[in-house]
Design a protein around this ligand. Structure first.
Ligand code: XBP
Ligand code: MG
Length: 250
């Protein structure tokens, strides 16, 4: 197996469970600000997650779940306005420290930093949201821990397309067979795998459990800590948390 040149992390659902109590709440606040009576409850939001990207998700909602809404002529501008308001609300929620990192994330990031293995991010979400989550959970300098951050509209196609992983790999100057990717969703696994990444660790959450992870190397409930070991999707408990030694066996 090849050496590990970098660890590449998805953000939403992987670093933190941001969707239900972060993004969803921010969308609803932006809708209320705009005088819209749209309410994305936790179940509906699970369905809407089939489309990645906040602007794309709003359009998907109008197409599939709210056809009665009379959209303004300039739909793109309308959606962009809602989305900008949503991003402001999301940042405010992160500033309140509402969403913690998932178990084992900080430990693994620190272990990689100590070992000199570059860290990177490949996400669909907006760059401002990434900065806000990282600063509020890991500290004001922690954004500098990441050698490359690929986020949001920087590439033409969002996950499940491979574009964002291709972009990050190119910027890192490496290839898919020399990195490990961390994801929480089927779309994320497809994106990473189609960029040539064969070592993919999935940590599932309530929204993504049961999705197709057949192209992942490892499917777990969390990265875990020494005192709280992860369970594999098969029900087996690992004998160690996800650390560099474990990644070297993939
Ligand atoms: C994350 C997303 C994003 C966020 C919203 O997917 O789908 O759309 O829900 O972010 P992934 P924006 O974890 O696969 O990257 O509203 O900033 O687009
Ligand atoms: Mg995700």
């Amino acid at each position: 197996m090849a050496a590990i040149d970098a660890l590449i992390f998805d953000v939403d659902g992987t670093l933190a469970d941001t969707e239900r109590d972060g993004h969803r709440v921010a969308f609803n606040r932006a809708f209320a600000d705009a005088g819209l009576d749209w309410d994305w409850d936790a179940d509906l939001y699970g369905k809407l997650l089939s489309v990645t990207g906040g602007k794309e998700r709003i359009k998907h909602y109008l197409r599939e779940f709210n056809q009665a809404f009379e959209a303004p002529d300039d739909l793109d501008a309308f959606v962009a306005g809602l989305h900008a308001a949503k991003t402001a609300h999301y940042k405010a929620l992160m500033n309140e420290g509402r969403v913690p990192l998932r178990p084992g994330v900080e430990r693994l990031l620190q272990e990689a930093r100590t070992a000199g293995i570059p860290l990177a991010i490949a996400t669909t979400t907006t760059m401002d949201n990434v900065t806000s989550l990282i600063e509020n959970t890991l500290g004001s300098d922690a954004i500098g821990w990441f050698a490359e951050i690929g986020a949001g509209d920087i590439v033409p196609r969002k996950k499940p397309a491979p574009d964002i992983y291709d972009w990050v790999l190119q910027r890192l100057g490496t290839s898919g067979d020399r990195v490990v990717a961390f994801e929480d969703s089927g779309h994320g696994v497809t994106s990473a795998a189609d960029a040539g990444i064969d070592r993919i660790v999935v940590t599932t959450n309530d929204y993504t459990q049961g999705q197709d992870f057949s192209r992942a190397s490892l499917v777990l409930d969390q990265l875990g800590e020494p005192g709280a070991l992860p369970y594999a999707a098969t029900g087996t408990r690992l004998d160690r948390p996800v650390d560099l030694d474990l990644l070297a066996t993939l």
